[in-house]
Design a protein around this ligand. Structure first.
Ligand code: DOR
Length: 430
């Protein structure tokens, strides 16, 4: 099977390429990138006016399988990814049972091979049962294929245990991904603490709940030499701590979600449970700091934190609703589209944050468009205007805080290992 993608704007941060060219794919590899390739192919895609970029890797996805298939499955979550222009996801271990030993890692990988339509890489739990008491079998999980470790959804409260986890992860050459939120400060909170939470009469989570843990874990990463990755950064203070740590040479990387880049605590005004996320949405000052940090490269990646929940779980009193928003079907449109149209990022920076940066952080093969590289490619139409309609999502989750938003720019093709998983919105289940 060969695919010729003709006349698109090829943007590849690794080689600093930004040029209209053709891309020829044979089997699962890119074999040629050049202007005006004359060769025949089984499929020819007219990509004039589109961007052709390294396959987007969403490094923070909740696929919910095993155990919470009423929220999402590997089949539906990877179809949502394909629809959203995402060629691979890294899935978080807060499943039931949690992904905390090699057999569950292998199980998820086997289901993904059978039922998935995009790549699935597994993040193993840091602690047994995600209980924060005892380290999980990280070595065995790494051997089985886990690319990173995290108790995402919860913070490891015990600093001594976190230190050991970082030491093990350093030996294994894998990053530790921290969900930074001090459990005591965050307890009972629904949204960011401040004037808005007071006005709405909702219990708040202070900004320091995040930055305290970011500071602690940066200190532990510096001491152990481990690679710490801070998930979904949400406060200006955390950005400052990460900036200083990077300047001091600590191995720290960070990601931000579209919801923290586009929304603030004001999104809770209407008591919309889709805007109840962890960490909570911050102030306008935080939002601006996150945007600046992404442009400066202090924050490396944009990730969805796709967190699907069943409608009946979210449609309850706000303090009862679970935290989380779906994001796989808006990640690429908001990052490559809205952030570049608003002048926050250049197209090159936006592509880097979605493909090259996550590939490097997780040590994956993807993230580049080059002859000989694996043919994971995202096609993006920067001009297409569309409205976010959760009812049309491939995900089982409908809990999007962007429902009704008009967005300019839409993913139009998802090529996974040379296979066209999505073209013009149609998913190929192959
Ligand atoms: O809002 C969130 N929901 N943040 C997380 O980190 C976990 C996620 C979930 O699993 O629902």
């Amino acid at each position: 099977m060969s695919v010729l993608i003709k006349g698109g704007r090829v943007i590849d941060p690794a080689s600093r390429t930004d040029q209209v060219m053709d891309v020829l794919v044979e089997g699962d590899r890119i074999v040629r990138i050049a202007p005006g390739i004359g060769q025949q192919a089984n499929r020819v895609i007219d990509a004039r006016g589109w961007w052709v970029v390294p396959g987007v890797i969403d490094m923070h996805t909740h696929l919910r399988q095993p155990g919470q298939e009423h929220k999402e499955t590997i089949a539906t979550g990877t179809r949502a990814a394909a629809a959203g222009g995402v060629t691979a996801v890294a899935c978080m271990p807060n499943t039931q049972p949690p992904i905390d030993d090699a057999s569950v890692v292998e199980h998820v990988q086997a289901v993904a091979r059978r039922e998935g339509v995009v790549g699935v890489r597994v993040i193993g739990a840091l602690t047994k049962g995600r209980q924060g008491k005892e380290l999980a079998e990280m070595g065995e999980m790494a051997e089985a294929g886990a690319v990173a470790f995290s108790d995402d959804g919860d913070t490891v409260a015990d600093a001594s245990l976190m230190r050991s986890a970082l030491q093990y992860a350093a030996d294994l050459g894998r990053p530790v991904i921290v969900h930074a939120l001090d459990p005591c400060l965050a307890r009972g909170g629904v949204m960011r603490e401040g004037p808005v939470s007071l006005r709405l009469g909702l219990p708040g989570i202070p900004a320091e709940a995040e930055s305290i843990v970011v500071a602690r874990d940066i200190a532990l990463a510096a001491a152990t030499g481990a690679h710490l990755h801070v998930a979904h950064v949400s406060t200006a203070r955390s950005v400052e701590l990460i900036r200083q740590a990077k300047q001091a040479g600590v191995r720290v990387t960070a990601e931000v979600t579209p919801h923290h880049l586009f929304l603030t605590e004001e999104a809770l005004e209407g008591y919309d449970a889709s805007a109840k996320v962890s960490p909570p949405l911050g102030t306008e000052e935080d939002r601006q700091a996150l945007r600046q940090a992404l442009a400066d490269g202090i924050i490396d990646a944009v990730a969805s934190d796709h967190a699907p929940h069943a409608p009946e779980e979210k449609e309850v009193e706000l303090d009862q609703a679970p935290f989380g928003a779906v994001g796989l079907e808006t990640l690429v449109a908001l990052t490559l589209g809205a952030l570049t149209h608003q002048g926050v990022l250049t197209p090159m920076q936006a592509v880097r944050a979605l493909s090259l940066a996550p590939a490097r952080i997780l040590g994956l093969e993807g993230g580049v468009l080059a002859e000989g590289a694996r043919a994971d490619i995202t096609l993006f139409d920067p001009a297409q205007e569309w409205t976010v309609e959760p009812a049309r999502f491939r995900s089982r989750g409908r809990n999007s805080p962007f429902a009704g938003w008009k967005v300019q720019g839409r993913p139009v093709g998802t090529v996974v290992g040379g296979r066209i998983a999505m073209l013009a919105g149609t998913i190929d289940d192959g």
